[in-house]
Ligand binder design. Structure first.
Ligand code: F6P
Length: 552
């Protein structure tokens, strides 16, 4: 598609937004009763509801035209077809191949990758079974009871988020109970030492997860964990074999660390770190759920893949999610998006999506290296409701900015406390309603009058007690939080990200922006050593280093 088409289509959106600006969401909801039919879709077990977006039929048409002008159908074909969509690293981005069924085919450079994907899944299955049936035991002969995943970024957030979300589906391991799952990412020694205080060296398995096996935080923590284990095994280094496995693409570095190839589960450079939970990076998930549960998680994602691959732009859930984000950002002045799961199980969904989206979409040049016009990725933030309601929702309701919200709720709970869940869901729906409709000053006055307030007080408080409303949100509902639906949900977000990147012509799959800080940290680490002389720095950095050298 040529650029002038893209630009023209995006200009149409600005006109549509100007046309809609005077209309409040209350009016939009009344004017278009067909919104519920048109703007709610059910796919792969998810109910996606865009009825509370500041869009009408004509604006949607403009968005679909923008997607077509940006060549979204072709971009999706390239992704699924294994083309090198990660142009700056010359790689495909085939997280979709990780969830293909055994009988499917998917070629990278003429080679079908599905057999190697399933070979690793089968190896994972054998290992998970051995841990669960007690064939695989710790150095003293006791069964494995706890798993500590050591990884960071994409090698942490995916399994951490899924393990929290699906803990109710955990199956018992050899010790009789489900495995105790722990995650250590931060290089702050506080994180690892806290976990080491809780686990028993004789029954703990460490999963060292790093795509590159060069990440400072992960390797430092892994070395410390290994020392701790050997110390508790009376100095016997052979204990490491039973207690350490690695997940990586870097076989030689794993061996150099002292983990043998039989204890390594590989993946490939065409899997991006933040898209890797479907690969062996998901080993903690498989250990917790059992392999059947992990395969169900993959199957749910595959179902979403098939929808996204085959649906037209108009019916494509990922395209619509992306177009809503584009609309809010380009025409509604949104700078961020709040992810608000009303479910404790989805506690780590906001940070997971934060990495997935901000690392993927935090780009300032197009695929061809020229600067983008306007903005790319939004800030993604959030927390579980109802905690958020009592913390930051005030700004969402009455602040001066319009912050689009993305609510996620689950119809059925796994716990057996009957009173809580309807309350939680009522809060979820009420917040979406309140953000959309608001409360006018007249309504605020009427409410205060009904409560017997005097006229002077009513006048003084009416402006403070009114809500502008007209604040957009998307509502995502799931019947249950099970492996399939969670897989579908995460795959949907992945595809949304890729569609947005294609609309902006940026690369969703590299992350050069994190390199500079990593390189400088290496230099600063040497400068903090009191035995050495600090190297040259700007005055601000030099002063910080100097203070730390004197106080550490
Ligand atoms: O810091 C960025 C990053 O490269 C992420 O993209 C990645 O998920 C994380 O570091 C961890 O990398 P690795 O899996 O290679 O340790």
């Amino acid at each position: 598609m040529n650029r002038s088409h893209r630009i023209a289509a995006r200009e149409v959106l600005q006109n549509e937004a100007r046309r809609l600006e005077p209309e409040h969401l209350r009016e939009l909801l009344e004017r278009e009763p067909e919104r519920v039919e048109r703007d709610v879709c059910e796919v792969a077990g998810l109910r996606l509801d865009w009825t509370r977006q500041r869009l009408d039929a004509r604006a949607w048409e403009g968005l679909f035209d923008a997607a077509r002008a940006a060549g979204i159908p072709a971009a999706l074909e390239h992704l699924f077809g294994g083309e090198r969509v990660n142009v700056t690293e010359g790689r495909a981005a085939l997280h979709t191949a990780l969830r293909l069924p055994r009988e499917a085919r998917c070629e990278v450079d003429g080679e079908d990758v599905v057999p190697v994907v399933h070979e690793v899944l089968d190896r994972m299955e054998a290992f998970v079974t051995a841990v669960h049936d007690g064939t695989h035991r710790g150095f003293s002969g006791r069964p494995i009871e706890a798993v500590v995943n050591i990884g960071i970024g994409g090698s942490d957030l995916g399994p951490r988020m899924v393990c929290r979300a699906l803990a109710d589906h955990a199956c018992p391991a050899a010790g009789g109970s489900p495995l105790d799952m722990h995650f250590v990412s931060n290089v702050d020694g506080e994180a690892l030492s806290r976990v080491l205080r809780e686990v028993d060296p004789e029954t703990t398995l460490f999963v060292v997860a790093s795509k590159t096996f060069t990440t400072q935080e992960t390797l430092t923590n892994a070395r410390a964990a290994r020392e701790w284990l050997v110390e508790h095994a009376a100095g016997d280094a052979s204990a490491v074999a039973a207690h350490f496995v690695a997940v990586s693409t870097a076989r030689e570095r794993v061996e150099a660390f002292g983990i043998s190839p039989e204890r390594m589960f590989g993946f490939w450079d065409w899997v991006g770190g933040r898209y890797s939970v479907w690969s062996a990076i998901g080993l903690p998930v498989a250990l917790m759920l059992g392999m059947e549960g992990f395969r169900r998680f993959l199957a749910g994602a595959h179902k979403m893949d098939e929808h996204v691959r085959t649906a037209t732009v108009e019916d494509n859930a990922a395209a619509r999610m992306a177009l809503v984000d584009l609309w809010n950002q380009d025409t509604q002045g949104a700078e961020s998006r709040a992810v608000l799961p009303y479910d404790e199980r989805l506690y780590f969904l906001p940070p997971y999506l934060q990495q997935a989206e901000m690392e993927s979409l935090g780009k300032r040049v197009r695929l061809d290296g020229t600067p983008v016009e306007g903005h790319t990725g939004a800030l993604v933030w959030g927390a579980v409701g109802t905690d958020g309601q009592h913390a930051f929702y005030q700004l969402l309701h009455q602040g001066t900015r319009r912050v689009p919200a993305e609510f996620v709720g689950v119809a059925r709970a796994e716990h057996d406390l009957p009173e809580q869940h309807p309350m939680l869901l009522a809060n979820l729906v009420a917040q979406a309603e309140a953000l959309a409709l608001g409360r006018s000053e007249d309504e605020a006055r009427a409410e205060m009058a009904a409560a017997g307030r005097d006229a002077a007080e009513i006048e003084a408080l009416a402006a403070h007690r009114s809500f502008p409303g007209d604040r957009p949100s998307t509502l995502i509902l799931l019947e249950d939080l099970d492996p399939e639906r969670l897989g579908a949900l995460i795959a949907l977000f992945e595809h949304k990200i890729y569609v947005l990147a294609s609309l902006w012509e940026i690369n969703a799959f590299d992350q050069w922006g994190v390199e500079l800080g990593k390189q400088l940290a290496g230099r600063v680490l040497a400068d903090l050593d009191p035995a050495g002389e600090p190297g040259p720095h700007d005055p601000a950095t030099a002063a910080s280093i100097d203070w730390l050298r004197r106080h550490m």
